[in-house]
Design a binder for this molecule. Sequence first.
Ligand SMILES: [Zn+2]
Length: 290
Amino acid sequence: MLVSIKEMLGRAKAEGYGVPAVSAGNEVTLRAAIEEAEKASSPIIILVGYYFTDAVNYYCRLIEDFAKAASVPVTAMWDHSGNFKQSVRGIRAGFPSIMVDRSSLPYAENVAQVAEMVRFAHAVDIDVEAEIGHVGGADEDMGPNSENALTVPAEAVSFVKETDCDCLAVAIGTAHGAYKGVPEIRFDLLKELAEKVPVPLVLHGGSGTGDENISKACRMGITKVNVANELMQASYDALAEYGIEGNRAYQFWPVLEKGFRKHVAHLFEVTGCAGKAWQAKQCLTAKLMK
Ligand SMILES: [Zn+2]
């Protein structure tokens, strides 16, 4: 079933678990992710990056069809839209939620731009994730805004109040992409944020953060864990292990999918959402998207 992210993360917050938000930008990984969620009786979030091609309107329909047919709660998010045009693309495509990422801007400008998009999005029942502090890249290859800035709890509280965002990505020591070392997660900061911030908290840069760190973070108030790099690595590793040469090349997609599935299944256990699927009505956006 297709549900809103607000409902999904609200439940996760109340019950103290996280939901994996997996990067799945094609039919193979989309189907694999949802079928693994069904096997684990788990909710799941499908992430699609703002840089997706012009086929995004079509792809959003595909997600909608798969989500509606699924026996478990599924939702999708247009990830990391970084300016007005990128955010509107996600709304137009019909995503039930969008991330409005203005976290590299100064506080006042971040507030102003997020509040503006929240007004547009909420008018058509689309939920918004925003970010305060900045989760950067794990290395310099991740772009010009790769610098990390830890979230300041007082700013997070006022930010939510001023923007009316539905969930909040926080910077507590993770980074996007593959780490060179082991990240140091600021659990003291997470504890304070979980106590003070009224909306569900989101962790970006879930790849390479470590199972124990992720599990602990989810128990302490992280409700959504974004994972991309690890899934691609798992897919690649499966291919490398199998050995694609000669007629074995015909097995390229099945083997890639096997590696992807194995890691998605693992994420439900790590975040604590295995068995947490519930029966619900489809969200209003399901009607809007027709
Ligand atoms: Zn991210």
